[in-house]
Design a protein around this ligand. Sequence first.
Ligand SMILES: *Cc1c(COP(=O)(O)O)cnc(C)c1O
Length: 381
Amino acid sequence: MKFGTTAVHGGQEPDSATGAIMTPIYQTSTFVQSEPTVHKGYDYSRAGNPTRSALEANLAALEGGKHCAAFSSGMGAIDAVIKLLKSGDHVVAGNDLYGGTYRIFDKVFKQFGVACSFIDMSRKENLKKAMKKHTKMIWIETPTNPLLGIVDIEAVTAMAKAAGALSVVDNTFATPFLQKPLSLGADIVVHSATKYIGGHSDVILGAAITNDDELAERLHFIQKSSGAVPGPFDCFLALRGTKTLHLRMERHCENARLVADFLAAHPKVRHVNYPGFKFHPNHHIAEKQMKGFGGMVSFTLKDESIDAAKRLTTCTRLFTLAESLGGVESLIEHPASMTHSSLPREVRLKSGLEDSLIRLSVGVEDADDLIEDLRQALERI
Ligand SMILES: *Cc1c(COP(=O)(O)O)cnc(C)c1O
């Protein structure tokens, strides 16, 4: 089955009780048992719920995985995956990770004895140097946020395997439509389904997907033990989102390419980060492992002041000033003062994240209107 067909049908069956074509929202906490432990597959909704099962089956199919566990947020999924480790284990992760992932390693798991080294993972030699005897997990994000760096998934997961460490790929930015990390050697894929998978900026949800039976069993055990499970209505919204994922991603990619081209030619723009450009340092890897270059674009202004960048974010009319990404509507944000403000300025500048950097989540509106909006905004700064 090809992707679009899987998006619509993967893991989906009409409701066995009523024939409803869309999985109903099973808004129930518990399930009737005819005798103790005799039930129809579900006993309590933290352990399992039919609406959640339908979403999990669909997400597993989309990633080409056997198993999926859904969580109440992307961070809930990430938290569960890190709980596969134990005190004394070491993790190597990218240095321009999603801020929440950086925070959970640095502020939450560190106090339980799980240490994490943050490195520029777009260079493989850095990884070799950072690996320790007790390194048990390699955490990959690609494309990275907000600089759109590209990590070679196949190369890094092979290094993890050789060292006996689990490899995890946060596939939120690419989605399985553009990139399938499990087929490139990853042990686990995590998602913030809040972004492209849900796709309509109306739900917070996460997922972890794997082909490994034992890892899946442990993840489901953590899911039910820690309890960060999504509600049935949220599962329904995410499932409604996946059915058009392929259509939306095509348009996101098409629009982002046109917006990136426009910005690159604009006299007030200094540099555009977009993995689809030939001059992107890892363009060849993006081309190898992705089916398209995604809907995210970031850029710096020739006016390097923080004020010019902030002003620009208030001059757009269609691009709305907000955090998050991956919805149908286009968003603009200023990482230095918003999503990445928790990084000390020196650390931020050192990882290439400049004061004038602007991040766009390019939506699925008409590209001409989006470009016109950026044109008038750039004129006004
Ligand atoms: C948003 C995001 C997360 C966290 O997901 P939530 O659903 O907000 O908890 C994790 N990773 C990436 C790459 C994200 O963009």
